[in-house]
Design a protein around this ligand. Structure first.
Ligand SMILES: [Ca+2]
Length: 161
């Protein structure tokens, strides 16, 4: 006859859910894995753009585009979730962060009023404010001064406080 089958219930531990979120769960080795970038387009004439806009962190670029939505119109505030290569806060602070567009579409020049970036560490659920770049960017345009460029370096890779 068939041997007696012995079934064992195998207890598989569930993935730990951190009980402490926020500052207490974050240490120097904690990795940032996601960012939220919020960008406000100015209200000056022709401030909006239909160019393809990119946000780049440590060489990892993301096209900022919400499907079925006209991004970056005059006066709008738009928010995007970005996956980023896992990195510590120190590594992020040493990273180059860029905002730029490809100068395509009608009136591609873009007036950027405000940008802020929040970060989420692995095993946490809260996005913490990393930095605000407010009132310091202005025209990203080939035909508007003072810089006549389509790229803004939000962080130049040097250590910031
Ligand atoms: Ca647009």
């Amino acid at each position: 006859m068939a041997s007696k089958e012995i079934r064992k219930k195998v207890l598989v531990p569930e993935a730990p859910i951190p009980q402490k979120i926020g500052k207490k769960a974050i240490g120097p080795q904690s990795k940032i894995i996601e960012c939220i970038v919020t960008i406000t387009t100015g209200s000056v004439k022709k401030a909006g753009t239909d160019a393809d806009v990119y946000f780049e962190i440590a060489g990892h670029r993301t096209l900022l585009d919400k499907p079925g939505y006209n991004d970056f119109e005059k006066g709008d505030t738009d928010t995007y979730h970005l996956g980023v290569p896992a990195m510590t806060l120190k590594e992020l602070r040493e990273s180059v962060i860029l905002l730029y567009h490809d100068n395509t579409g009608k009136y591609p020049g873009w007036y950027v009023d405000k940008v802020d970036m929040k970060v989420r560490f692995e095993n946490t659920y809260i996005f913490k404010l990393y930095k605000r770049w407010w009132y310091s960017i202005g025209w990203l345009a080939k035909d508007e001064g003072p810089y006549y460029t389509t790229q803004a370096t939000l962080q130049d890779g040097t250590e910031m406080q």
